[in-house]
Design a binder for this molecule. Structure first.
Ligand SMILES: [Zn+2]
Length: 131
């Protein structure tokens, strides 16, 4: 995990799109890292997985922290680690629960079955984690 230290952006450098105060020095994954790990496992030098986009096909990915897995628009380490962490945890919880089910096209997902009561609050601040 990166250090949770805010660094003010010098003039001309990209700023964090969330706080608009710190240097954008931390990349967000295009697909949540936790989802990649849960579905694909950990790629290695000998057993990579492959990334496709509109421009290129079969780009070898040998680490879950590969640059190709991250969005070009960046945020600061403080926002990436502290500010968005409760939301990341809420997503991980919901994603884990959805992967454990067999979903059909057109089927509704009842969030109260995932988060219990007070769905809105728990999806914003995951109190189910005891935080
Ligand atoms: Zn920030």
């Amino acid at each position: 995990m990166e250090a949770n230290v805010a660094v003010a952006a010098p003039a001309g450098e990209a700023m964090c799109w969330i706080c608009k105060a710190n240097k954008a020095d931390s990349g967000e994954h295009k697909t949540k890292r936790s989802d990649l790990l849960a579905v694909l496992g950990t790629p290695t030098q000998d057993a990579p997985f492959y990334f496709n986009d509109l421009n290129r096909r079969n780009q070898a990915v040998k680490s879950l922290d590969a640059k190709i897995l991250k969005m070009p628009v960046r945020i600061c380490a403080s926002c990436n680690n502290a500010r968005t962490q409760p939301h990341d945890r809420a997503w991980e919880h919901m994603s884990d629960r959805l992967r454990a089910r067999r979903l059909a096209v057109g089927q509704w997902v009842r969030c109260n079955r995932i988060f219990g009561s007070a769905v809105k609050r728990q999806m914003l601040v995951p109190t189910f984690l005891g935080k």
